[in-house]
Design a protein around this ligand. Structure first.
Ligand code: ADP
Ligand code: VHF
Length: 389
């Protein structure tokens, strides 16, 4: 990729979602690194003053709370952890507010879970709130709502990396910046001298995913949660929907302005093809599917290469207890997910018509409201089926 192309991509980013991880905001002993919060807030203010809109997704509440409460280790009890986060969150917001105020900007606290985005009404409410905040020149500062988090919720909906990608897709921001404690995506162990930062990733494929060294290197206080795998998953969600992503070091002085100026900072993940419509982003990457339909090879071909709707005749089996209008995942027979879509039939009905031609529905169900199980307009290819690799 030429420097000019990189510069033109970053120049065009009028709205930027910046996610900063725990590792870039806390000292090794877990305390909130206030100088670092000031640096991030100053940089965000500079980006806003340059005419771009910024949403900040900030981790760090648990780390800030541990220090604030004088704890020497991270609690393992979930309720205590959530209480620690509640203390730390307000401390962290105070620190952001103090710096943004100097620049005449307001910090707006937005606590969300990815599960909130599952509900279409809530999803739209969040979008409207963020739009109003932009109108008032406020900087939304989002963190996962730790108070309502459960282990299961975290397992299903992920962490702040994923939340940042979903927010990017929600507001159609052309750029997501993931700030962490390494220079970018390395082609091996970042601690090894022979590893190099990959400047540009054109397509997130198996080789790219293989560079992620497990989950977060959760040494010591275990404050961060995601690890490189969750950053790559976030990058996949945003790039498949048509937005660019940069992964860079949050402690590099002036990192935001430098990377927005097109300087060779971090790893740039290029958007995959055309920008996807808002509704299809919600169907394809936001909602947690309520079930899975396994398709035979012909149905996979029709859906993936043929641009067709999904017919019941190609559905081999299904799992989940979904209703008409729910989002379901479509997998091939080896279990690889190829698409997601909004189903016209409940699981109970579909169990009766799976494998059958549409003409037989009336005889089986006593009605035939739709000849397709999922209409093409309500179907989104994802993963390898979308990227072709
Ligand atoms: N190929 C890789 N390139 C860069 N970092 C990697 C790679 N594989 C694993 N990592 C690890 O991912 C870590 C960042 O993820 P994480 O701990 O979740 O940070 P954060 O708190 O910023 O979200 C790095 O500190 C690094 O050790
Ligand atoms: N909500 C938690 C952060 C969770 C999280 O995703 O952390 P990280 O992997 O460092 O981005 C907190 O504020 O401490």
């Amino acid at each position: 990729m030429t420097d000019l192309l990189r510069k033109s991509i970053l120049d065009a980013a009028d709205t930027v979602v910046v996610k900063i991880g725990t590792r870039s905001l806390t000292a090794p002993n877990g305390a909130l690194d206030e100088a670092q919060v000031v640096s991030v807030a100053d940089q965000v203010a500079a980006v806003v003053e340059s005419g771009r809109r910024v949403v900040l997704v900030s981790s760090g509440a648990v780390g800030a709370g541990i220090a604030r409460l004088g704890l020497t280790s991270r609690p393992t009890d979930l309720a205590q952890l959530q209480a620690v986060a509640a203390v730390g969150q307000s401390h962290m917001m105070e620190a952001y507010n103090r710096t943004l105020e100097v620049h005449g900007l307001h910090a707006a606290q937005v606590l969300l879970t990815a599960a909130d985005l599952n509900h279409r009404r809530r999803y739209l409410n969040i979008r409207n709130t963020l739009a109003s905040l932009f109108e008032w020149g406020a900087v939304p500062i989002i963190n996962e709502n730790d108070t309502v988090r459960t282990y299961e919720l975290r397992q299903t909906f992920g962490d702040n990396d994923r939340l940042a990608a979903l927010v990017t897709n929600l507001i159609r921001a052309p750029l997501l910046v993931l700030l962490t404690d390494v220079e970018g995506l390395y082609d091996g162990d970042p601690a090894s001298e022979s590893s190099r930062v990959i400047p540009t990733v054109e397509r997130i494929d198996d080789a790219t995913m293989s560079f992620a060294g497990g989950t977060a290197a959760n040494a010591g206080l275990r404050l961060s949660t995601g690890g490189m795998g969750s950053k790559l998953e976030a990058a996949r969600i945003a790039t498949e929907a048509g937005e660019h992503v940069v992964l860079a070091n949050g402690r590099r002085p002036g990192v935001l302005m430098d990377l927005l100026a097109g300087e060779p900072v971090g790893t740039l993940f290029l958007a995959e093809g055309e920008s996807v419509s808002s509704r299809k982003r919600w169907i394809g990457w936001t909602v947690q599917p309520a079930g899975t339909l396994t398709l035979d090879a012909g149905a996979v071909r029709a859906v993936v290469s043929g641009g067709s709707s999904l017919l019941a005749v190609g559905v081999k089996r299904l799992t989940g207890d979904f209703k008409l209008g729910d989002i379901v995942a479509l997998s091939d027979e080896s279990g690889v997910e190829v698409a997601r879509g909004l189903t016209n039939y409940s699981a109970d009905d579909l169990r009766m018509i799976a494998g059958q031609p549409s003409e037989s529905f009336a005889g089986i169900l006593g009605r035939c409201p739709y000849s397709e199980v999922i209409h093409r307009n309500n179907l989104v290819l994802i993963g390898k089926a979308r990227t072709g690799c």
